[in-house]
Design a protein around this ligand. Structure first.
Ligand code: FES
Length: 173
């Protein structure tokens, strides 16, 4: 399987970080960055990562099945994740989730017909102190109000980039 030179360089860097008998530690970061380039985790990708990390394809497949940020199906250009775990739930996370489903007309792990936006209900994203929290790709939105979520989703659906949407505060990681 061939990847871009940038991704190959990243893989090389990850693999160099770990001793020969601990290459398996690179499985998760390699999968995360590879899926950004390939749009989804295919069987071919699983086998390639397994080969490079010295584990079996089944072990890589088990990792993919465990972590919700790893996807076997292509996501939308903007993958919107709404947390409904306890801290977010207490301050409106479930209402935000229902609002997003209703507004986009799609549900959990579904993608809009134009491929622009996909939606996922997620467990705690580690942003409990800033609940309710929403994540779009790698960017967090904290203390999200129903009005802000409306603006965010309207903007994404209309073809805007997240940073072009006014009055919705993004916290980059
Ligand atoms: S419960 Fe929502 S970020 Fe932790």
């Amino acid at each position: 399987m061939t990847f871009s030179p940038e991704l190959e360089a990243r893989f090389e860097k990850f693999l160099a970080k770990y001793p020969a008998d601990r290459k398996r530690s690179a499985v998760i970061p390699m999968l995360v960055y590879a899926q950004d380039e390939t749009e989804a985790i295919t069987q071919e990708l699983i086998e390639e990562v397994a080969k490079r990390c010295g584990v079996t394809p089944l072990q890589v497949d088990e990792v993919v099945g465990f972590y919700s940020m790893l996807h076997k199906k292509p996501q939308g250009k903007y993958h919107v994740q709404v947390c409904t775990n306890i801290s977010c739930l207490l301050v409106g996370g479930e209402e935000l989730w229902n609002q997003a489903c209703h507004k986009l007309g799609i549900g959990h792990k579904q993608t809009s017909a134009d491929g622009r936006v996909s939606l996922e209900e997620v467990e705690c994203m580690g942003a409990c102190s800033w609940a309710p929290a929403v994540q779009v790709n790698y960017d967090f939105y904290h203390f999200v109000t129903p009005g802000q979520l409306d603006k965010l989703l309207d903007g994404l659906a209309a073809g805007k980039k997240p940073e072009e949407i006014a009055d919705v505060k993004k916290v980059s990681c």
